[in-house]
Design a protein around this ligand. Structure first.
Ligand SMILES: CC(C)(COP(=O)(O)OP(=O)(O)OC[C@H]1O[C@@H](n2cnc3c(N)ncnc32)[C@H](O)[C@@H]1OP(=O)(O)O)[C@@H](O)C(=O)NCCC(=O)NCCS
Length: 163
């Protein structure tokens, strides 16, 4: 499941567990807190935002994060979804399930389409997009420097085919 990301997601880990910050990589707690507050501020334009992916049975230890934000160089307000998991949380369906919840939120919040961009070689991310039913629009250089694989899903497609 997903929940709004909060300061506590950078907190000290329970005894015996590894570093708590799972946003991208292992970080010092203070750096994780700084990053969370920067993200909260940057994406505080609903329905845009950033959420922690939290396992139902260990909600205090986030497995990763999902964000919804305007693409850089967007000419028409294109909003992208992005995700990342701590490596030991791969392969459990968390990204797909969490992204589904965020797409529900995006379309309930009035977005008509959501984009997703990644390095063309990022097959795990492409697989998440395919599982969600996103349409592959090929490789483009319009938004980020260098080549990105570009995928998109409309509100109508999502309401017809939500996995
Ligand atoms: C991209 C990324 C989030 C994908 O992670 P992932 O674990 O492959 O994706 P999911 O969480 O959706 O899990 C899907 C996998 O879990 C498996 N799975 C296990 N239980 C599952 C369940 N209950 N439901 C769905 N899938 C399940 C699926 O079969 C699939 O495995 P497969 O690819 O071997 O078939 C991850 O690779 C990552 O964080 N990469 C680094 C950051 C990054 O590149 N982000 C994207 C930038 S564009």
């Amino acid at each position: 499941m997903v929940c709004p990301i909060e300061d506590r997601h950078a907190g000290e880990p329970p005894a015996g567990q590894r570093r708590p910050d799972r946003l991208r990589e292992d970080l010092a707690v203070d750096d994780a807190r700084d990053r969370i507050s920067r993200y909260q501020e940057a994406f505080a334009h609903p329905p845009q935002g950033i959420w922690a992916i939290v396992p139902r049975d260990a909600a205090e230890v986030p497995a990763g994060a999902i964000l919804l934000k305007t693409l850089p160089n967007a000419e028409h307000g294109e909003v992208e979804i992005g995700w990342w998991l701590h490596p030991d949380s791969h392969g459990r369906g968390y990204a797909t399930e969490g992204a589904g919840a965020v797409l529900d939120h995006a379309f309930a919040g009035g977005l008509r389409e959501v984009w997703a961009l990644m390095y063309p070689a990022n097959m795990p991310s492409r697989a998440v997009m395919s599982r969600l039913g996103m349409t592959d629009l090929g490789v483009h250089e319009r938004w980020y420097p260098g080549a990105s694989q570009v995928m998109r899903i409309t509100a109508a497609e999502w309401s017809r085919g939500r996995p």
